[in-house]
Design a protein around this ligand. Sequence first.
Ligand code: ADP
Ligand code: MG
Length: 409
Amino acid sequence: MTSPTWLEHWSDDDGAARVRALFAEAFGSDGVPDGVWSAPGRVNLIGEHTDYNAGLALPVALPHRTYVALRSRDDDVVRLTSAQAPGRTWETDLADVAPGGTQGWGAYVAGVAWALRQAGHEVSGFDAVVDSCVPFGAGLSSSAALECAVAVALDAVHGLGLAADDAGRAALVTACVRAENEIAGAPTGGMDQAASLRCSVGHALLLDCRPGLSALESAGRVPFDLAAVGLTLLVVDTRAEHALVDGQYAERRASCERAAEILGLPSLRDIDPDRLDDALTALGDGPEADVLRRRVRHVVTEIARTEQFAATVRAGRVADVGDLMDASHASLRDDYEVSARELDLVVDSARAAGALGARMTGGGFGGSAIALVRDADVDGVVEAVQAAFDAASLTAPGFLLAPPSAPAH
Ligand code: ADP
Ligand code: MG
């Protein structure tokens, strides 16, 4: 059997040393940044494809982070390099950043400065370098980690004070979401950025995505100290193709909007789960309605499962959430149709090897899956997943441990 590949995280000291060295290399003899900032990737415990339906999600921050060394400039020029995009400097002028007009990975960075300016903050250009141990394009939100690290960096160098409290962080979330949606052109919901900026160590973030909520109302902290109860959250990066910017995600989102429109509701959150059957009937007849019915059923039942998951954890019964994870996966696979062969393989093999529950996480079509595993069973589950990938002649997956970690700082 191939030996499992573990995707380790860096210490903050290690991450900071890497970007300081890279900054000196990129920007020459006066290559000293104003400081170093970082932000985590995230993994969602449950509540998938619910954020853009005004629903609930329950992410935790990963110990894997993206590090940014940044130095403010007197002009509007932005110069960037990334260890993950070697060999080229990405350059723009903030005056040229606009929806539809900014290409490449730098859009995630310059977009944050653009969005802060749109919100009325005075933000100038900057030189910055990036390095990251968040797996890239694995559904673990390397994009939000990048945006949020830049957001807290710009907040600090311009003395905006937003990162100092949760309400300010909610405002930074808004800027990062606008950067991703409007400048990078990826129509994602707000879960990733909220997780990266508003999670806390030992907790999951119960995120309520109904519009118009105050910062306080939009997020609650759910104690999720797995180590204390002898459990491990295992993440498996399937390394299968994952391209959220392509049409599938936008198509699901459009289906949800269409269904809400047919039902005359502002969002699918407004469907009473106890009257789900009535709503499904009201979607009408024909093949299009059948597809919408399955999409709606996923969203409504997933929001209910997320509520139940948080309540179960808050009642001190963490080990009892396995069935909810399994049901979430089935719903995403069968009703929402965003799973992939590799994700199903992780879920099935992990469960067979004793995982309490397992599901795909993130947008789907590849990316990562999670399993909740008793500490004593972790090695067995990892071996089982690896063996299943070997037997199917698939690219070896990457394994991560995900104790709920710190937000952007
Ligand atoms: P993920 O699930 O990892 O967020 P996305 O497709 O949303 O996947 O975002 C990945 C994109 O974000 C990359 O293609 C790149 O444009 C950008 N990105 C993320 N992290 C970095 C980094 N460290 N350096 C350069 N670009 C990055
Ligand atoms: Mg992303």
